[in-house]
Design a protein around this ligand. Structure first.
Ligand SMILES: [Mg+2]
Length: 379
């Protein structure tokens, strides 16, 4: 029986073209067995200090990981999770570390057994054989809004089902700041993308809307067929979310910042969200995300993978999305990010509005270690 005998971490920094080339950071984990099988995982650590801090926590898991059976990954997850109560209770950096390790463990189990992740966690039978519907998830940053309308319409023309637009990010677009201008932007976007395209607007974390301006903005967008509004208020602003509920016809999305099943239980108990965001690189990996999916299914809402980092996260996210009937669409960054296009041999692409579910062993991707380590950062 093979055993895990090597744990390696790769902290990286990279420019993200879908966010006006801002510098972002991720932590990768590589596990190898004594007979040479390799599994990869990733945490969406975002900032430089949190990336290095997570690296320390991952290396501290070596005593559990080294010597463990790669086919017994769920028990290994439980052992690691049992260490969290002191310094990662209900989330935080511990969950980044657990996420990266868990994804690598599932990948490794697949490499050893020859099974794809989708085979191991299950694929919903209603899913069409030609893959998941896929939307272009990007930010709006150009000061020239006509150029932004044209850019997003091109994604639809290139085969995406629709667009999800993050506001309040890097750049000078100032979308999300002026209600009338925001509504005009979506009107123009609808005109350019055509009647069938899905349009979703994501407030992001830096904008602050009053209840009245949020309602006016969302109702204005609904005139142009808004599919969903994401995080219109901060997640803990229950009172405004409750007031919004019933006054709008679009779906309300949120919760991508939650860390674990207990946080998601609390969010779902409010009954205020239709679409539940969940990042596999944050929520405790594939094992943590599967717990969230079971909750989402029991509450008859929708699961949405927040897949906004590397192709490793995307591979895991696609398999998770394909495992449940409660998934409407899969997100993909449309402009070639180095963490998507350069670090794997077979980057994910949208074809005719769909994205294929990987079928190879584990995550079903081939990580180019040379390309990845070119982005390694030093403390
Ligand atoms: Mg979001």
């Amino acid at each position: 029986m093979s055993r895990i005998d090597r744990l390696t971490t790769v902290p990286v920094s990279y420019p993200e073209p879908n966010d006006s080339n801002s510098e972002r950071h991720l932590l990768f984990v590589r596990l190898e067995t004594d007979d040479g099988a390799v599994g990869w995982g990733e945490a969406i650590t975002q900032f430089r200090p949190s990336t290095f801090a997570t690296e320390v926590l991952v290396n501290g898991m070596a005593d559990v990981l080294i010597g463990s059976d790669p086919t017994d990954n769920i028990a290994t997850w439980q052992r690691l999770h049992a260490q969290a109560w002191w310094y990662g209770y209900r989330g935080g950096l511990f969950n980044f570390a657990l996420s990266a390790v868990d994804i690598a463990l599932w990948d490794l189990r697949g490499q050893v057994s020859g099974q794809s992740l989708s085979t191991m966690i299950g694929r919903h039978p209603d899913l069409h054989e030609d893959g998941l519907p896929v939307l272009a998830s990007t930010h709006v940053f150009d000061v020239d809004l006509d150029a932004e309308v044209a850019r997003h319409a091109k994604y639809v023309n290139d085969g995406y089902l629709g667009v999800k637009i993050g506001m309040g990010k890097k750049g000078d677009s100032r979308i999300g700041y002026d209600v009338a201008r925001d509504i005009d932007f979506v009107r123009d976007l609808r005109g350019a993308c055509g009647p069938a395209a899905w349009i979703m607007m994501d407030r992001g974390q830096s904008l602050v809307w009053t209840f009245d301006e949020a309602l006016e903005r969302i109702r204005g967008w609904e005139e142009y067929g808004l599919k969903w509004v994401e995080e219109p208020f901060e997640p803990w602003d229950i009172e405004n979310l409750r007031r919004l509920r019933g006054k709008t016809s679009c779906l309300i999305a949120g919760a991508e910042r939650e860390w674990d099943v207990r946080g998601y239980s609390e969010v779902l108990s409010t009954g205020l969200l239709d679409v539940i965001g969940c990042d596999v690189g944050r929520v405790g990996g594939i094992s943590g995300a599967l717990q969230v999916i079971r909750l989402v299914e029991a509450n008859n809402v929708w699961f949405n993978s927040h897949a906004w980092s590397s192709a490793i996260n995307t591979a895991a996210s696609i398999a998770l999305s394909a495992s449940t009937r409660r998934c409407l669409v899969q997100e993909l960054k449309p402009d070639p990010s180095p963490m998507q296009a350069e670090v794997v041999a077979n980057p994910f692409v949208a074809v005719d509005g769909r994205i294929a579910v990987p079928t190879g062993p584990g995550l079903g991707i081939h990580v180019d270690e040379g390309a990845l380590t070119a982005f390694r950062m030093s403390p």
